[in-house]
Structure formats: structure tokens, C-alpha cells
Design a protein around this ligand. Structure first.
Ligand SMILES: Nc1ncnc2c1ncn2[C@@H]1O[C@H](COP(=O)(O)OP(=O)(O)OP(=O)(O)O)[C@@H](O)[C@H]1O
Ligand SMILES: [Mg+2]
Length: 501
């Protein structure tokens, strides 16, 4: 960058601890006008802590910040927004019981009110404009946010943040909740903010995406800033090395292209129809990793729920390999199915329960002895095994899940089902928000499960992982299977995208 770049925001001497955890230790961050700064680091390295302090969702123990050269220390989020800093958070931040329009203007309803009465028609019109402003036309502003698919809820949050016209927009681990269409929208929002001389702080675990989107990055490790890099110096290996403090492999997917699996069927889906899914049939085999891809709203996430008996299809059936019908969720669990939901905060975890209880809950029956008693030791062993294997960063196993970083929450969701010793794994975006090091560990585990003859269906919006890990790939479009691909070293993302859109 040239010398004349203008310093827009500066944070210095930032400290934050949570009990014994030092989340930030003397961290600094400079943001220049007209740039996208990436913030990258392993799960629990302090990215969300730093940015939520900047956005005033929480306060630092010690902090020194300047916006356009002036001391910046607004008391709360609303004041931060007024000063020009907005954030799209890692966790879901829409209210289910409010309409899309009310979500976009939460706290701002006054502008549509005459006296005590809010003019709903006016608010809806403005909400529609706010969505169109970021290129979203498919969301009805009267719908309750709780009725929207996961991706659309995030788009509502982006529209809300952009509508405030911020000088700095912070985007925390949002792209992995979005499919292709949502990402394209996000990138055009980022580009327009950069092009107008404002700035974006962008957090992602996708290193290729970081290298593409960002002009500069800051790397955090265990609450310390360990490096800064300019775009010209970006290399995937270099970034990873700084993140984890040692060399790590660049290619973490399977390196075999055998793609074979047993003829024995583990799950049989026949003519499934629900919502936008019209007619889906396939067999999942023992020892098979079956990847399922498509656009975010193609119905693939609903498919996961149907297979696990959480939603009842209008038509069609799900059966185990030995012909047992799965009609309800309890049938699925009894038949040793496991499921990780994409919507981890609402569906996969109990935030106000301990890490230990979350991991053990699915396995209680298996941990019990003949008398139905659960051995404390067995429970602790199970938790220790999986928290070590997945490197879950926590104070202790009795800590509430709500206090973990986003990626560490996801690891708990994964640990819960690995500990369950299921036969059929239905995984919806299993590595969402997980850092590269642990991603590699999860892929390794999937390969081991495959080798043990387990059947795995992996629904994902990350095409590289679908291609890198699957024995077979199904692409869903318009409620039907539009393409089927066997494992093949020459398969490219563009081959799949052609069948998605
Ligand atoms: N409210 C809280 N109470 C206790 N510990 C917390 C709290 N918030 C964060 N932490 C801890 O602070 C550390 C930094 O967490 P942070 O959420 O900033 O990580 P992150 O870099 O955003 O990780 P991820 O990539 O997983 O989102 C973690 O060890 C986390 O467990
Ligand atoms: Mg985070």
C-alpha cells in the first residue's frame, strides 16, 4: 500500500481475561481507510473477544482505542453504531419471534413512530430497501426470523449492519454460515465498503478466502498478536505456521482416491419430499463417506433433519440397512444414528449445561451399567478422550458451553456424537468455524470411522471438503438430485457448481 493511506481506527494495549483465561494480552490493531483487515487465529485465540470489544458488545479490562484520531470508547453497541462501528457476530443474532423488518430496525423503531405507535407499513418498506441494498430480494420482511433458513437469518443481520452505514464493518466467521449465493452477497458488500474508503475487519477460518478477500492480516495466537502480513506476503503455509506456531501440512484431506465402500446399505432414503425437497432417493453404505452439496436453500439441511427423524417428510421413507423405519428422532437414536446440526447454538448444544454433560448426554444409555447407573469414571474418561482428541480449549469440563469460543462449541457438538459410537453419522457442516489444525483432526477421524465401516453422510457448503473427503457426491438442485459424482482426483469445484445453479 502507498504511504498516504489514512489510519481510520487504532486499538492499543488491549487486555481481557475471563477467570484464569487470558483471552487478550497487549493486543493492538490498526485499520486503514479503504482496506479489509483479516483477523485470523486458532479457535479460542481471541478474535471474537477483540472485535466484540471494538463493537462494544463487551468491554476490555484495559483498552485504548481511537476512531479517526479521536478517543473511541462508546458505552454500548448502540453508541458504537452511532459512532460508525458495526458488527455481524459469529453467533446467531436475530430474534426468532420478531419479523425480519423488526429485526432490522431493532432499537430504531422510533424513526417509524408517530407518538407511541410504530408505523409498520413504513418500517416494512424501509426493511425491504435495506435488504435490496445488499442485493437480497428473496426474503419477505413480514416473516418471523425464526421461520427463515439459517443463511437468510445471517443475511438479515448483514442488511441490518450495512443499513447503519458504518465506517468500519466487523464480520466474524460469517461466510461459513452462508452458501454460495450468500457469500457472493457478502463479498460485494465488503468490496463496496472498501471502495468507498471505509474499512472491514474480516474473520474467517478459510485461509484461501482470507487471502482472497483481505489486503492485510493480523494473526492471533493464545491471546497474543504474533504477526501482521501484507497481501503480497500471503502464503497459505506461512499463515498457518504463524497461527499454530509450527509447520503444518497444507493438504489435510484424504489422499487416497480409491473411493470404494461396502455393498451393504446402512441407510435407505426413498422418495423424500418436504418443503423444497421433491423426490430424493439414495442408499448410504457401510464404510462410505457420502458428500451432499448444493446451494444453501436447496433443502440439503432439511434432508439432514429428515434422515435423523427430526422432521417428518410429506412423502417417502427413511430406513436402516436392515429395514427398520426411522419415523421419529428416538428411532434414529435407538438405531445408532448420530446427527450434527448446522444450527449448533439452537439445535446441537445446551449452552447452559457443562461441556461434560453436553458430551455425555447422547451416550448416557451406553455409559450405564446393568442397573442403569452411570459410572463417574467412565463419563470423565469419555470427556477426557474427546476433549483431548479435538483439542477443546476450556478451563475445565464443568464449564458451561456458552463460555467457549465459537469453534470450541462446534468441537463439543462433534465430540458428543463421536463419543456415542454411532453406526450412521449425519453431519451437517461438521467443520463450520473450526480452525485448520482441528479440521485436519476431524478429517482424520472421518477417515478412521470409514475404515471401521461406519456410514457417514456429510452435508456441506464447503465444496473443497466435499470433494476432498467424499467417496461419492450428490448435488441437490430444485429439490432433486441433479448430479452424482464418484471420488475422482480430477473433480473440480466448477464441475459441481454447474449442477447446483
Ligand atoms: N464470556 C466468556 N467467559 C469465559 N471465557 C470466555 C468468554 N468469552 C471468551 N472466553 C474465552 O476466551 C478465549 C478467546 O475466545 P474467543 O471467542 O475470542 O476466540 P476466537 O478466536 O473467536 O475463537 P473461534 O475461532 O473459535 O471463534 C477462549 O479461551 C474462550 O473460551
Ligand atoms: Mg470467535
Amino acid at each position: 500500500m502507498s504511504d498516504e493511506k489514512k489510519l481510520l481506527f487504532q486499538a492499543k494495549n488491549m487486555y481481557k481475561s475471563f477467570g484464569p483465561t487470558k483471552a487478550l494480552v497487549d493486543v493492538s490493531l490498526d485499520v486503514y481507510a479503504g482496506e479489509v483487515v483479516g483477523l485470523i487465529g486458532e479457535n479460542g485465540s481471541g478474535k471474537s473477544t477483540l472485535t466484540t470489544i471494538i463493537a462494544r458488545i463487551q468491554k476490555g479490562d484495559q483498552e485504548e482505542m481511537y476512531l479517526e484520531g479521536q478517543p473511541y470508547s462508546p458505552p454500548d453497541v448502540i453508541a458504537a453504531t452511532a459512532e460508525g462501528i458495526c458488527m455481524v457476530t459469529q453467533e446467531q443474532a436475530t430474534f426468532e419471534d420478531l419479523s425480519v423488518a423488526a429485526n432490522i430496525f431493532i432499537g430504531e423503531e422510533k424513526q417509524f413512530a408517530t407518538g407511541p405507535v410504530v408505523n409498520n407499513a413504513q418500517m416494512k418498506k424501509a426493511a425491504k430497501k435495506a435488504l435490496e441494498n445488499i442485493g437480497v430480494t428473496h426474503i419477505n420482511v413480514s416473516t418471523l426470523a425464526g421461520k427463515l433458513v439459517f443463511e437468510d437469518r445471517k443475511l438479515v443481520e448483514i442488511a441490518r449492519a450495512v443499513y447503519a452505514d458504518p465506517k468500519i464493518l466487523i464480520i466474524d466467521e460469517t461466510s461459513t454460515t452462508l452458501g454460495k449465493r450468500g457469500r457472493d452477497i457478502l463479498y460485494s458488500v465488503i468490496n463496496s465498503i472498501r471502495d468507498s474508503g471505509r474499512a472491514v475487519i474480516f474473520i474467517s477460518h478459510d485461509i484461501d478466502e482470507i487471502m482472497e478477500v483481505c489486503d492485510r492480516i493480523s494473526i492471533l495466537r493464545d491471546g497474543h498478536k504474533v504477526a501482521e502480513m501484507e497481501k503480497k506476503d500471503f502464503t497459505s503455509l506461512g499463515i498457518k505456521r504463524q497461527m499454530v506456531g509450527r509447520e503444518i501440512e497444507d493438504n489435510f484431506y484424504r489422499n487416497d482416491y480409491d473411493g470404494s465402500f461396502s455393498d451393504e446399505v446402512a441407510l435407505r432414503a426413498r422418495n423424500l419430499a418436504l418443503g423444497c425437497l421433491r423426490d430424493i432417493s439414495f442408499d448410504l453404505h457401510k464404510g462410505e463417506i457420502l458428500g451432499v452439496g448444493g446451494l444453501a436453500d436447496c433443502g440439503m439441511h432439511d434432508l439432514g433433519r429428515i434422515l435423523f427423524g427430526l422432521d417428518k417428510p410429506d412423502l417417502g421413507s427413511v430406513e436402516t440397512g436392515y429395514g427398520k423405519r426411522i419415523k421419529k428422532n428416538t428411532d434414529a437414536i435407538k438405531n445408532d444414528f448420530a446427527y450434527i446440526s448446522k444450527n449448533r447454538d439452537q439445535e446441537a448444544l445446551f449452552s447452559v449445561m457443562s461441556i461434560r454433560d453436553n458430551i455425555c448426554i447422547a451416550s448416557l444409555n451406553k455409559l450405564a451399567n446393568g442397573l442403569g447407573l452411570i459410572s463417574n469414571k467412565k463419563e470423565k474418561d469419555l470427556v477426557n478422550t474427546w476433549t483431548n482428541e479435538l483439542q477443546i480449549k476450556m478451563d475445565n469440563m464443568n464449564q458451561f458451553v456458552m463460555y467457549l469460543s465459537g469453534g470450541n462449541k462446534q468441537k463439543v457438538a462433534v465430540a458428543k456424537w463421536l463419543g456415542f459410537h454411532a453406526d450412521v453419522f449425519i453431519l451437517d457442516c461438521p467443520t463450520r468455524g473450526i480452525d485448520v489444525g482441528v479440521k485436519a483432526a476431524i478429517y482424520q477421524l472421518l477417515s478412521e470411522l470409514k475404515a471401521q465401516g461406519k456410514a457417514i453422510i456429510m452435508i456441506s457448503e464447503e465444496l473443497p471438503e466435499v470433494i476432498g473427503m467424499s467417496d461419492r457426491i450428490l448435488i441437490i438442485k430444485d429439490g432433486l438430485i441433479s448430479g452424482e459424482f464418484p471420488r475422482n482426483p480430477d473433480l473440480k469445484e466448477s464441475d459441481l457448481i454447474n449442477y447446483m445453479i
